[in-house]
Design a protein around this ligand. Structure first.
Ligand code: GLY
Ligand code: MN
Ligand code: MN
Length: 440
């Protein structure tokens, strides 16, 4: 098993310190604990950017990076966290405490979280710029602005930051470019998710409930130490046409397809897979025809994920093939160019072809630079997920197509020598799917 220690958290802090420049302070807080109902909380998940910089997964923690007047002085990394507390640890588990922050998490200074205001006030002295995630957590915004105000009066004879700068842009850009260690973790997440999809294809039965099929996926995620990276979508028949269908509470019927969009995160790194397959193991002619259009679009779009190509290139490639397929099958009428130009295809394909993938399933990182789509660079990871969705009540199309929803989604690393598919371990051609389902 890959150890988190192999991830270079310190290197990321070095990078951040270099980006913020001299006489600056960057402050980043982790997520609060979220309550589910009454006093029962959701299983805790640290904030992705906070974890990215610290490797620290406990709640109630804030990291501070400070730079000084000269480069020679380097930077100071302070970690504010909970103190060790025997009684609390008996109830709620281990805490690293201040010693842990210094020794295991390599902080230069460690403080109890209750000292945050007092210490930040000191650290704001003689800084020109304050970086934090403005607008990320309303309470933290209030705390920061109050501290700035207080610093002005407290430090009358010294300077306090005159600029507040959005920290997101810097950290998001760092997170967008994955290192080989990060890609290794994403490969593990992808392999486990692929195994879960394979298991779902093998275990689906006519009459099964969607949630029972979801349970097969969750079992594979859980036994590999993973959690779902987003709410699983298991949509039988026309439920596949609801893009964010998460109820998963209907019966899977003979003759229907089932669309599963589900995947796990492994050590804070997500995967994101969709497969669509027949509940009874055999595609109908209509299902097969539509499926093959989506598959052809997906394969061509993956091929367009090349260093130097525009982010939108795969989308353009996918749309062209999907529209041509809809014309060939008689589902749409008209001219290819006109349908693309007017976006009439959105009747059947209403979402984008992918998104950045990383610690968050819809990962951070801008899609445009100076208003223009950015280009792919080595180490970026993107999903490619075209689909076609024919609404069950769409009387503009022949009955045989209505209520069919198909999406195929894989995770792609941009590499020098072309796209690398992290999720290739789960089959996706009609023949492969039918063969797998037949032998199980
Ligand atoms: N599973 C969410 C997405 O595919 O974007
Ligand atoms: Mn996706
Ligand atoms: Mn997905």
């Amino acid at each position: 098993m890959k150890k988190l220690a192999q991830i270079h958290f310190a290197h990321r802090r070095d990078q951040l310190a270099a980006e913020i420049g001299l006489r600056s302070i960057a402050i980043i807080a982790t997520n609060p604990v979220m309550m589910r109902n009454n006093d029962a909380d959701y299983k805790y998940r640290a904030d992705s950017s906070f974890f990215y910089l610290t490797g620290f997964a406990e709640p109630e923690a804030v990291a501070v990076i400070e730079t000084f007047d000269t480069e020679e002085e380097g930077y100071c990394y302070s970690l504010f966290c909970r103190e060790r507390n025997r009684e609390m640890e008996i109830w709620n588990g281990f805490r690293a405490g201040l010693d842990g922050a210094l020794n295991d998490y390599e902080a230069d200074e460690a403080y109890v979280i209750d000292q945050l205001d007092e210490k930040i006030l000191e650290k704001l002295l003689n800084k020109d710029q304050l970086f934090y995630r403005i607008g990320h957590q309303a309470e933290f915004d209030t705390q920061m602005t109050a501290l700035l105000k207080k610093a002005e009066t407290t430090h009358r004879h010294g300077s306090v930051p005159t600029q507040i700068i959005q920290l997101n842009h810097i950290v998001n850009e760092m997170r967008l470019h994955k290192t080989s260690e990060e890609i290794e973790l994403m490969q593990i997440a992808s392999d486990i998710s692929a195994q879960a999809h394979t298991c779902a294809m093998k275990s689906v039965k006519v009459g099964m409930m969607e949630y029972a099929l979801e349970a097969e996926l969750n079992y594979i995620f859980g036994k590999n130490g993973c959690v779902p990276s987003y709410n699983s979508i298991v949509g039988g028949g026309e439920n596949a046409c609801i893009l964010h269908y998460v109820e998963n509470d209907k019966e899977l019927k003979d003759g229907d397809l089932v669309l599963i969009d589900a995947a796990c995160e492994y050590q804070f790194y997500a995967s994101d897979i969709t497969r669509t397959f027949p509940v009874n193991g055999k595609f109908s002619e209509a299902q097969k025809a539509l499926y093959n259009v989506v598959l052809q679009a997906q394969i061509a779009a993956i091929d367009a994920v090349q260093v130097g190509h525009s982010y939108q290139e795969p989308h353009h490639v996918a749309v062209k093939i999907l529209v041509q397929g809809l014309l060939d099958l008689g589902i749409m009428q008209g001219q290819l160019e006109e349908i693309i130009e007017t976006e009439r295809y959105r009747q059947f394909y209403m979402h984008g072809t992918g998104h950045w993938l990383g610690m968050d399933v819809h990962d951070v990182g801008s899609y445009r630079i100076d208003g223009k789509w950015r280009t792919y660079a080595e180490g970026m990871v993107v999903t490619i997920e075209p689909g076609l969705y024919i609404a069950p009540d769409d009387d503009t199309v022949d009955k045989q197509w209505r209520g069919i929803g198909i999406r195929i989604e894989d995770d792609i690393v941009v590499m020098k020598n072309g796209p690398h598919v992290l999720t290739s371990a789960v089959v996706k051609t009609v023949e492969e799917i039918e063969a797998l389902m037949m032998i199980s």
